[in-house]
Design a protein around this ligand. Structure first.
Ligand SMILES: Cc1ncc(COP(=O)(O)O)c(C=O)c1O
Length: 325
């Protein structure tokens, strides 16, 4: 009876259960029922969950100190998987025992460290292995992608982004515009929600694209807004932007591992994400970059050597290959 349809909105699920239980949607019984029926609940055991007593700024007179906290910070840093320690210890031991030989031997040779896990990412972002590179941090990847995709001309010189984009994205866009000698005020086109509203209306986004698309070189949106949690309609933004001749890219920091993504099928031009939020890789975990297959031969990589590495996934070019670049 309780099996939710795959497309049921979370708010509707809560309402339906509250109606079934004849209680308010905020009643604890609704939450307990959701827990009971959660097919993913066993994954909880795979993570360390902080206890009240170990967290700063907790008034222990108000809570049970031995109780697990309800963790709402997965948008900042995902919880630690219990197996991390084992994996790290294995690699530290290999490093201690054989130094540089660890690059090539063992269960997880370091030289192909990215290549061996890229297959795990394909379903998460909806792309093929050859469209994904796991490298650097999100902001570095964003810069590399913008260096490749943002080629302003006197007629098409703007970057369109949403208001209150994550500060580092805002600065990345600003620096890219300055790098090209552009006036930031004229070239950074920020869409704000309407007066008195928190979220951006899709019709307003489409309207700006329709009216100003010809002067926009790149549309850079987040998949899920870091502050409001708004999930943007990525396929619709992609379609509208590309119809106007813009490249469309997404910062998926808050979307990856959180919402369904089909980057390839949506025809998104490029995207980047980090892995330390909903992918639980830990601080410093490898970030990701996506370039749609259709650009394999159309977009001139901003940095040849790096893109060569990108294409060959971990196999550093030989001296001969470098000469041929
Ligand atoms: C939307 C968004 N973009 C970018 C970043 C920053 O990425 P990094 O500092 O890992 O490059 C964050 C970090 O929280 C973020 O939430």
């Amino acid at each position: 009876v309780m099996e939710p349809s795959p497309f049921e909105h979370p708010a509707d699920v809560v309402q339906r259960i509250a109606a079934e239980l004849k209680c308010s949607p905020t009643d604890e019984r609704v939450a307990l029922r959701l827990d009971e029926e959660d097919t993913l609940r066993h994954f909880r055991e795979c993570f360390y969950i902080p206890k009240m007593q170990d967290l700063p700024s907790i008034d222990l007179s108000l809570v049970n100190k031995d109780e697990h906290a309800i963790y709402f910070l997965g948008n900042s840093l995902g919880l630690q998987p219990k197996l991390v320690k084992t994996y790290l210890e294995e690699e530290l031991e290999k490093w201690a025992k054989m130094g540089a030989y660890g690059h090539e031997v063992g269960k997880r040779p370091w030289i192909t460290g990215d290549e061996s896990i890229v297959g795990l990412m394909t379903d998460i972002v909806g792309a093929s292995e050859k469209e994904i590179a796991l490298m650097n941090a999100l902001t570095v990847n964003l810069h590399l992608l913008l260096l490749s995709f943002f080629k302003p001309t006197p007629k098409r010189f703007k970057i369109l982004l949403e208001a209150k984009a994550f500060p580092s994205d805002h600065y990345a866009v600003e620096s890219q515009l300055q790098f090209h000698g552009l006036n930031v005020e004229k070239s950074m086109r920020i869409i704000k929600p309407r007066e008195g509203e928190e979220l951006l209306r899709m019709e307003d986004i489409l309207d700006v694209i329709e009216k100003e698309g010809d002067s926009i070189a790149v549309i850079l949106f987040s998949g899920v807004h870091f502050y409001t949690g708004q999930l943007f309609d990525m396929p619709a933004i992609t379609k509208a932007g590309q119809a106007k001749g813009c490249f469309v890219g997404f910062d998926l920091a808050h979307a990856v591992g959180n919402v369904e993504l089909h980057l390839h099928d949506w025809g998104v031009d490029f995207a980047c994400w980090c892995s330390y939020k909903y992918l639980n890789s830990g601080a410093g975990g490898l970030a990701g970059a996506f370039v749609h297959e259709k650009h394999a031969h159309t977009i001139k990589p901003a940095m040849k050597d790096l893109m060569y590495y990108f294409k060959h996934k971990g196999k550093l070019p030989t001296v001969q290959q470098r000469r041929e670049l």
